[in-house]
Design a protein around this ligand. Sequence first.
Ligand code: NAP
Length: 324
Amino acid sequence: MRRVRYYEYGGPEVLTVEDADQPVPQAGQVLLRVEAIGVNFADTRFRRGPGSGSIFQRPLPGRPTGDVVGTVARVGPGVDPRLAGRRVAALAEDAYADYVVAEASWLAAVPDHLDSGDASMLAMSAPVALRILRAAQLNPGDTVLIHAAAGGIGHLAVQLARFLGAGTVIGTARSAHKLDFVHSVGADVAIDYAQPDWPDQVRAAAPGGVDVVLDAVGGPVLQSSLDLLAPFGRAVVYGAATGELEQIPVAKLFALRSVVGFNLTAWRRTAPDLARQEMDEITGLFAAGHLSTTVHADLPLTRAATAHELIEARSHTGRILLSP
Ligand SMILES: NC(=O)c1ccc[n+]([C@@H]2O[C@H](COP(=O)([O-])OP(=O)(O)OC[C@H]3O[C@@H](n4cnc5c(N)ncnc54)[C@H](OP(=O)(O)O)[C@@H]3O)[C@@H](O)[C@H]2O)c1
């Protein structure tokens, strides 16, 4: 089978297509014949290596993670044999490959009629989008500010905020075509946060402040966002695309503001039953047409480097897929 790994840190060109044996599922694992792989931003940072910041460190050889959609080809010891032949989605390691192993306990069942773009969101991206809104204790009518709203998780968070009854949804992104896209997925207001006056633009749209901020950008964007929170406002921090890990100034919290952190691994470990329940809930939302994924590019597996180039150019809207 073919597999993509990297043996040194660097640009997209270090991604190497190679022949490899099919992996063997161990206890608690399944082997998937891959239909599509959702490519995630974090793996472009892991691939860049030490300069990417402390949250983006992974050892060599680099084995990119991915949101894999596929069919169970084999089950490992202790796994229900009836899973064989099922179409599923999973967040997996060594994921840019024709065959991938995944943990059986975190598979999302994929309805047949769901396309591979939607299916690629079931295991990780959409559950994160839903959980960060719940971590923010979103109330109907709340004003919600979603940063990087044109991205993979961002464009789902906009739709989910709408679905859960948010009042005004404000999305930020860089570039005109991304702002059009943010509007098209349901935001009332789309703001270019590359403009220095973007916080004033948010204030104009939400004079009383925002009730919820979802941020995985970090740096000055996070700092300014704290100032935009209304009394009792909640910011959920779930990443730092800039690599800049901010100190949270306690003085800003005295104005009745809260900051909550989120990480999927910690969430699955701490509340596994609820995490699984939310994967099922997400599947139902896609199946019912309440959520949909925009696929920006669907590339052959051998063009993994192009997928990373698109993400690093910050040109993508929605999802980038690799298809073996
Ligand atoms: N906590 C968790 O469990 C968890 C799980 C998965 C992902 N994440 C985080 O969630 C975020 C979204 O993930 P995703 O895979 O859906 O990515 P994505 O949103 O498709 O891509 C990242 C976006 O971040 C924005 N960005 C802001 N500053 C940037 C910078 N300095 N360099 C590059 N991009 C920058 C870009 O949008 P603009 O060009 O519009 O600014 C870019 O499109 C990432 O930060 C990721 O690390 C967290």
